[in-house]
Design a protein around this ligand. Sequence first.
Ligand code: ADP
Ligand code: MG
Length: 289
Amino acid sequence: MTASFNHPAIGVTCRGLVYIYRLDGYDVVALSGVDLDVTPGESVALVGPSGSGKSTLLSLMAGLLRPAAGRLSVGERDLAKAGALELQRMRASDVGVVLQGASRNLLPYLSAEDNIRFAQGGVPRDRREDMPSARELLELVGLPGRAHAASLPRALAPGERQRLAVAVGAANGAGLLLADEPTSQLDTASRDEVLDALESVHRSGRTVVVVTHDPDVGGRMGRTVTIRDGRVGSEGRRGEDYLVVGRDGSVHLPPEILRLHPPGTLMRAEAAPDGTIRLVPTIGAGRPQ
Ligand code: ADP
Ligand code: MG
């Protein structure tokens, strides 16, 4: 059985999105102008090297951090302008979040079912009727049966715990589910079960955005967006990788090309009549020593 949810899938739009961590004495620019559209009902993986800004982007979409500059909308909401109360309301009913590390999403002293019910506690009254039941959610993530429903999180295997975290993230029936590294530290079989759970949530009519450093996880999502140095570097669709032309006209060269032609290399861009572009490096000029 597939639980059905009456709330429509929610999309995300980022335009020139900037985020800066302000530390003692210096700033870290974690995102330096992200342009990205996630259409309602899509499943997207945010991939890319460690420290590239994936978790920061996910936290911004979740309303856990506030943009320093640029535009960010989640559904109809403009998150750059939203006040604390509006962000809180959004987190309660419009967005489901699975934080990195299953245990951060679960209360250790509550059963699987009660963890889900607890997560549903903050949903506004007028949205409760069409919220899925705890049983439906456990079934959705492949954890049916009384034994699991009554189990404390520590009695579950790591992969099961992570699937419970997905159920808790999806518990408010929101149209957008965000998950940060939901499959890290799992064996292949457990990882695939977590991916099945995410796919079920997606098929139940929601938008799903997953942060992952695992290319296999990216392959299971409809689209992969590679974040590099705080910006969208490239996009993958059906196994093909594409560069993305940024708003300022810039493109990120893939690492293997960057190794051949390091930053500072002078290049001429030549367009052929069929639209193909050739990048021709200028020999002997502009290369850093
Ligand atoms: P990813 O999830 O791709 O590994 P993050 O979004 O966690 O990347 O980090 C992006 C950048 O921001 C990195 O340079 C990281 O060191 C920095 N960063 C992340 N979280 C914090 C924080 N709480 N305080 C300061 N810097 C941070
Ligand atoms: Mg991260």
